[in-house]
Design a protein around this ligand. Structure first.
Ligand SMILES: CC(C)(COP(=O)(O)OP(=O)(O)OC[C@H]1O[C@@H](n2cnc3c(N)ncnc32)[C@H](O)[C@@H]1OP(=O)(O)O)[C@@H](O)C(=O)NCCC(=O)NCCS
Length: 149
């Protein structure tokens, strides 16, 4: 499995994984639009030439915000999510960000465990943020050694 930057050619596979993973799904055109933003960075995880996961972030004013991260259901629990997350964190450092932020459903144990394993800490909640009334947990990772912006 390797991680590389997402290209337009990956979008068909990425939409399939996104549709299977999220209730708030994006179209191919929305992913195309994301790839055109100079402050956005998207990666794919590839195994045997097959896209098995993707992740993206926006880096704005010293803060990286994770937009999406997902792995095909049959490929989970093999390290792809962690590898994608590490690429986002490295990318945030390279862009000079001093923190990485995200929102996750309170009941999403798999994702919350993954973020905690990589050093993210809960810093707040948005009550009833999601369509089903579920809270959003706000998590943050401080990036050491980077000057405050
Ligand atoms: C969250 C997600 C990306 C993790 O991807 P993954 O490839 O399975 O993650 P990894 O194999 O790298 O696992 C990393 C850690 O996450 C945690 N984790 C992953 N799946 C878990 C599960 N089903 N239950 C509990 N913890 C889990 C564990 O701490 C794991 O470390 P370990 O294997 O050493 O115990 C994947 O479950 C997914 O695509 N979920 C649907 C989309 C989603 O919810 N995205 C996050 C939105 S905020």
């Amino acid at each position: 499995m390797k991680i590389r930057e997402m290209t337009s050619d990956d979008i068909g596979s990425v939409v399939d994984i996104d549709t299977a993973s999220f209730s708030m799904k994006w179209s191919g055109a929305e992913f195309e639009n994301e790839l055109s933003k100079d402050f956005a960075r998207y990666f794919v995880a590839v195994e045997n030439d097959e896209v098995i996961g993707f992740a993206g972030e926006w880096c704005v004013c010293g803060t990286a915000d994770i937009e999406k991260i997902a792995v095909a259901s049959e490929k989970r629990r093999s390290g792809a999510g962690s590898a994608l997350l590490c690429s986002l964190i490295d990318g945030a450092r390279q862009s000079g960000c001093n923190e990485v932020m995200l929102e996750v459903r309170a009941g999403n144990t798999a994702a919350r465990n993954m973020y905690e394993k990589h050093g993210f800490a809960e810093i707040g909640r948005r009550k009833g943020y999601y369509d089903n009334g579920e809270d959003a947990v706000i998590m943050r990772l401080a990036l050491d050694g980077v000057t405050e912006v």
